[in-house]
Each structure stands twice: as C-alpha cells, then as structure tokens.
Write a protein that binds this ligand. Structure first.
Ligand SMILES: Nc1ncnc2c1ncn2[C@@H]1O[C@H](COP(=O)(O)OP(=O)(O)OP(=O)(O)O)[C@@H](O)[C@H]1O
Ligand SMILES: [Mg+2]
Length: 449
C-alpha cells in the first residue's frame, strides 16, 4: 500500500522523509493503520485539493477529545512505556489494568515495585540515551515516574511520532532547578527570589542573601540536594556545585495542587493537598486533603497551578508544590511533571485518581472528576530507624482495623531507615478524627527487619 502525507513546506517534508527511513517496518505499519481513515477519504476524493485536505486535517486535530479517541481503534492496545519502576509506576500500572493497554517498564532493578505488574519489563538505565531510545521506539506513548531520565532520547522519540507525557521540553525545564526557577521568572509565576551559585565561592560571596535554601541544580530528590542555610555557620552544609540559592520563606502551610492537561489543552484541577514534612528527614510525613485554607488562598493556588501548567504547554499530569507564607501569599516551590506522592490519596478519596487521570490523558479519553469523596490523609510507611534488611511489617492488623483505612505496600523486600515502603490512606469527614487516626497509624505501624 502507498502511504503519503501532505506537508506544506519542503523543509518539513525532507525531515519527515528522513524520519521514516530510520523507522522499523512495524512502526511504519502502525502509522498506516492509525491513518487509515484519511487514506479511505483520499481514495474517495480523486480531485481533492491541498487546502481541503488541510481543513480536514486541522478539523480533526481541533475536535473534542472524544473524536480524538475515535481516531485510534479502542480495541487495539495502546503500548505505553513508563520510565522508572518505583511505587508511582506501580500505582500507575494498577490503574492501567482497567484499560486496553499494553504496558512496558524500563528500570535498572528487576525487583523494583513495578516490575511484576507490567506486561513487559526491560532492565536498563533510564538515564542512558540508547537504552531509552530503543525502549521507546516501538511504543505509542511514553511517560515518566521520575524526572532523572534521558531527555534527549525522549526528544528523538517525540520527533519520530511517539507521544511523550509530559513533553520533553517540560521535563528539560524541571530537571534543572536553575532552569526551572528562570522559567517561573520569565512566565511571571510567583516563586521565591533566588540567585544562582556555580560553586561554594559564589555562595560565600552572597552570604548577605541568607537566610536561604540552597538547592542543587540537578540530581536532588526527597530533600537530598536541599540545605537550609541560616547563617555563616551553615556554609559547610552548602553545595560546591551549580545550585539555586532561594530566599527563605516563612511558611505557614505547604500545599500541592495536581493538574492534568489533555492533548486539546483541556484541564482538570484536583483540590489542594496540605503536606506536612518531617523536619529531620526533610521528607513528606503526612498530608491532608482537601487543604483547609481560606477560599481566596485556595483560588489563588489553583489559578497559579493552572498558570504553571499552561506555561509548560504540555499534556500530562503535573503536581505544583507551593508555599503559603504568613501573609497568605502563594509561592511556587517546584513542579513535578508526573504522578506525585501528594496525590496518593486520590486512589480512594477522589472520584478519579491521579493515576487513572494520566491514563485518560494518554488514551485521549475525557478527563475524569477530580472532586474529593471524603476528606483524607496519607501516612507514609517509612523504614524504621535502626533497621536494615528484609522488611517485616508490624501493626498491619491494628491499622487495617481502623475504619476507612487502606494500606498500600510497595513490594520492596529490603528496608532501611527512612525508605519509603508504602503508605496508608485514611478517610473521615471529621478532621479531628482524621488526625487522631493518623497518629494512631504512625504509632502502630512499623517497618523493621
Ligand atoms: N525557599 C524556601 N523557604 C523555606 N523552606 C523551603 C524553601 N525551599 C524549600 N523549602 C523546604 O524544603 C523542602 C524540600 O524542598 P524542595 O521541594 O525544593 O526539594 P526536593 O528535594 O525537590 O523535595 P521533594 O523531592 O521531596 O519534593 C520543601 O518542601 C520545604 O519544606
Ligand atoms: Mg519538593
């Protein structure tokens, strides 16, 4: 069968032709199948002009998400790849089991939390260009569960027609905290004032900027790569590598707002979640959702979260972490371009979970209902201090006896102090009762070895 596309410019035609040359036969065949409706139309319209064809094409791309979904045969499994096989990938796969999809996971460890829940597991480095490219090139869509991935490979895949959620351009900005802060600045998104320090000497020259928070440009996660610098005595904690030095905010409350954006730029916003951090481990301790804050503050936070996601101009799911300061001003801390730990509760406590939502986006289905069913709280199950080795869970019986409690263990066989081993979601329409249950769970549930 002959396949052809009408491309208005010669330059684009040449690069499209070059792309096709590098494609395997299976991928070319899939392209023809995806465009079968156009080929049928072409054969019916012998004298069809270029402009008419263009109108048909743009009418298709501007149409509603339902029409978009109809382009694909819904009985043909969408081949979805996930870069990273941790707990976020695991929960995404749990939601994926409800759809016509074939799932692929790339991760270095074949005992990772997501390895046994996908159809195809590939052991490999998500940071390596060739590994990511080879993994993605036969897939329809690729998403991430961590930002530390090879973006160049994703860019190449995107050029070759694989849908990437979020766009590599958004991952590129977010991956580097310097670039991320500059992005907020240039898009007029309120984020704390900052300076860039290339090394420790740069930092020493800017001591007058303290108190501030020093954040490694690349490679930090879960609070590693973040140091609070109050005064000169803290210089020893600072990073001797490219970093952001961000003004210290007097935080009244930390929140996160999750936003989904579909291929047609339609959006869905989840109610804000209050995140409460463990100051010692610098790690999310527990969270409460929906956040109880003045309506004006919540509206502002929602507005800013949408502004962030619209500025990234990418379909996918994003968690915008924000600070509310003592004057109720909202500041963006950072954005995660993926499903996020501040959205675990949405599995039971919201009509459409963040995981289900991302799948709807990738499958081009209508966005789901983000509303909360009941107020909820999440308690992280962390490896107990002083224990390393094969994980044993104490107190599961007691915790599961608490009304409206849901336990999620991530399938990690080995524990170590502070390691995220699972989480518990608890729901109640009485906030005091919720906090009481949280404390009960924290007291009873332990991961030891
Ligand atoms: N400018 C600031 N002022 C006050 N506290 C801050 C500031 N920046 C960060 N923090 C504190 O440090 C925590 C971790 O910072 P940040 O979210 O930037 O790091 P991270 O390593 O990417 O975290 P994670 O991966 O856990 O989201 C924040 O949640 C907040 O409690
Ligand atoms: Mg953070």
């Amino acid at each position: 069968m002959m396949y052809y596309e009408i491309i208005p410019s010669l330059q684009d035609t040449i690069s499209r032709q070059q792309q096709f040359r590098g494609w395997p036969r299976a991928k070319k065949k899939a392209l023809i199948e995806q465009n079968f409706h156009k080929l049928q139309l072409l054969s019916q319209c012998q004298n069809m002009s270029h402009s008419k064809y263009k109108d048909f094409d743009s009418a298709q791309s501007l149409s509603s998400s339902t029409t978009q979904a109809n382009k694909r045969n819904p009985s043909t499994p969408l081949r979805i790849g996930i870069l990273g096989g941790g707990q976020l990938g695991r929960m995404l796969l749990q939601a994926a089991a409800n759809y016509v999809v074939e799932t692929y996971v790339l991760e270095n460890d074949d005992h990772c939390p997501a390895a046994h829940l996908c159809h195809h597991f590939t052991r490999g480095d998500i940071k390596d260009f060739e590994t990511v490219y080879q993994f993605g090139k036969e897939l329809d869509a690729v998403t991430i569960e961590i930002e530390a991935v090879n973006v160049e490979a994703l860019e190449k895949l995107e050029m070759e027609g694989v849908k990437i959620y979020p766009k590599p351009s958004a991952i590129k900005v977010i991956k580097n905290k310097i670039v991320q802060k500059e992005f907020y600045q240039s898009n007029s998104i309120p984020s704390p004032a900052f300076i860039i320090t290339k090394n420790i000497n740069d930092l020493k020259e800017n001591i007058s900027f303290l108190p501030a928070v020093h954040k490694l440009a690349q490679g930090g996660y879960d609070g590693r790569g973040v140091q609070v610098l109050k005064n000169n005595d803290d210089i020893k904690k600072a990073f001797d590598a490219p970093a952001v030095l961000e003004k210290m905010v007097n935080i009244k409350q930390e929140i996160a707002v999750i936003v989904a954006m579909d291929d047609n730029k339609g959006t869905a916003v989840y109610p804000a979640t209050e995140t409460i951090f463990d100051p010692v481990l610098n790690l999310l301790d527990y969270q409460v959702s929906p956040a109880e804050l003045p309506t004006s503050v919540l509206k502002e936070a929602e507005h800013i979260a949408l502004q962030v996601v619209k500025s990234f101009d990418s379909p996918g799911l994003f968690a915008v972490e924000m600070f509310i300061d003592n004057n109720d001003k909202v500041w963006v801390n950072e954005t995660a371009p993926r499903v996020h730990n501040s959205g675990h509760h949405t599995i039971e406590a919201n009509y459409c979970s963040q995981y289900d939502m991302l799948l709807r986006v990738m499958l081009n289905y209508p966005l789901g209902n983000t509303a909360s069913i009941l107020p909820s709280s999440i308690v992280n199950i962390l490896g107990e201090n002083g224990y390393s080795g094969a994980a044993k869970y104490e107190g599961l019986n007691e915790v599961l006896g608490i009304k409206n409690t849901f336990v999620h263990l991530y399938g990690k066989t080995q524990t170590k102090p502070g390691r995220k081993m699972g989480h518990v979601t608890v729901m109640s329409d009485d906030r005091n009762e919720l906090i009481e249950k949280v404390n009960n769970i924290k007291k009873n549930l332990k991961v030891i070895s």
